[in-house]
Design a protein around this ligand. Structure first.
Ligand code: SF4
Ligand code: SF4
Length: 267
């Protein structure tokens, strides 16, 4: 039985579904016509809009009092449960739309249809990245524990995400970065979070899968173009590349819900 602390930790990005849980049927999507897939996407968009209207109506009818966590009022408990259903439906629809959008923009090289770089597209050597990937890995520093005990120093161990990265572009924060930016020591007192070197990341998704299975689900694949737009950076194929902890994570807090979702969906 896992301690409650473990079961309570959820990924910071609502609706994110680790790749190994995604709909495998997408791999066969090329059997359906583009028009059919576009219609399916339009239907999902209509459902998402209906969900938005339902949520707006809910706020109008029920006010905000039920948000307080006073479980002694049964009606408030019921309202919380009802609203949770709506938000879960929204998260599910957003993820389906994301999958559908990846599906529509599937490149001919993407043989398994997962929207990610296939292994035969990996560079022959580290430092020889071929192109900017459509999706790039971002570690949520508030969720990453650095994956180690208390008696080792950064660089002296390999974390689950590092162990699977084919281009070795994940490292712990450097002492200089820790001095400059700090990190949340309530997550792991002595071990800093890891970071991705964006210019080296080939967008293969392996680290996100490893972290989702073995650790905290702290890595999310996000759209490269959105990452550049929101953080005002340019990613490329430079080696060694720019470290992700040098972006201003506070910008994430300034995003609206829609902008936040656009980081990892096309909606
Ligand atoms: S596996 Fe996840 S929690 Fe562990 S170091 Fe990597 S990103 Fe952080
Ligand atoms: S997606 Fe993750 S595992 Fe793949 S290259 Fe980027 S950092 Fe490495």
């Amino acid at each position: 039985m896992l301690p409650e602390m473990l079961t309570k930790r959820e990924h910071a990005l609502p609706g994110y579904i680790p790749p190994h849980k995604r709909d495998r049927r997408r791999a066969d999507s090329h059997l359906r016509t583009l028009e059919t897939r576009q219609k399916e996407k339009a239907a999902l968009e209509a459902q998402l809009e209906a969900n938005r209207l339902k949520r707006a109506e809910f706020w109008q009818q029920n006010g905000y009092g039920w948000l307080l966590r006073l479980d002694r009022y049964d009606t408030w408990k019921e309202r919380r449960a009802a609203y949770k259903l709506l938000t879960e439906e929204r998260a599910e629809l957003i993820e389906k739309l994301r999958q559908k959008t990846i599906d529509l923009h599937r490149s001919p090289e993407d043989k398994d249809g997962d929207g990610l770089v296939d292994t035969d597209q990996y560079p022959d050597k580290i430092g020889q990245k071929r192109a900017k990937p459509a999706w790039i890995a971002l570690v949520d520093p508030a969720n990453c524990s650095g994956c180690s005990g208390h008696d080792v120093k950064p660089g002296e161990w390999v974390t689950p995400c590092q162990s699977v990265c084919p281009v070795d572009c994940i490292s712990h924060l450097t002492p200089e970065q820790i001095t400059m930016h700090g990190y949340d020591r309530s997550v792991h007192a002595n071990v800093p979070p890891v970071q991705i070197r964006f210019d080296e990341c080939i967008g293969c998704d392996k680290c996100a899968q490893a972290c989702a299975r073995d650790a905290w689900n702290a890595v999310t694949m996000i759209r490269t173009e959105k990452l550049e737009e929101i953080f005002g950076i340019t990613t490329g194929t430079k080696y060694p590349g720019r470290a992700s902890n040098d972006i201003d994570f506070a910008k994430l807090d300034q995003l609206t819900d829609e902008e936040f979702c656009s980081l990892y969906t096309m909606v």
